[in-house]
Design a protein around this ligand. Structure first.
Ligand SMILES: [Zn+2]
Length: 88
């Protein structure tokens, strides 16, 4: 990441450590500490932040996938209490 990461913090819901990453839209998004591999998919349910701050929708990469990228996955996707963030 190039200066987009703005501090480590702990999730208020589950206590996991996470980072805030600034997206190209200037929004601060909480993500898991370690980048993961994913495959872009418009119908995916996870959001990933790339090193350049772009946000991509995708699904976790599986062995054998060709079009793999690395990015930080939104903590909302992995938080065991994620449902409370998604509630509308
Ligand atoms: Zn959490």
């Amino acid at each position: 990441m190039r200066g987009k990461v703005s501090g480590e913090t702990a999730c208020k819901a589950c206590g996991a450590r996470m980072l805030f990453v600034e997206t190209v839209k200037g929004k601060r998004m909480p993500v898991d500490l370690e980048p993961v591999e994913f495959v872009p998919d418009l119908n995916g349910r996870n959001k990933y932040v790339l090193e350049d701050g772009n946000v991509v929708t995708g699904v976790p990469a599986e062995p054998g996938d060709q079009d793999k990228h690395r990015g930080y996955i939104s903590h909302f996707a992995t938080c065991p209490y994620g449902a409370r963030f998604r509630r509308r």
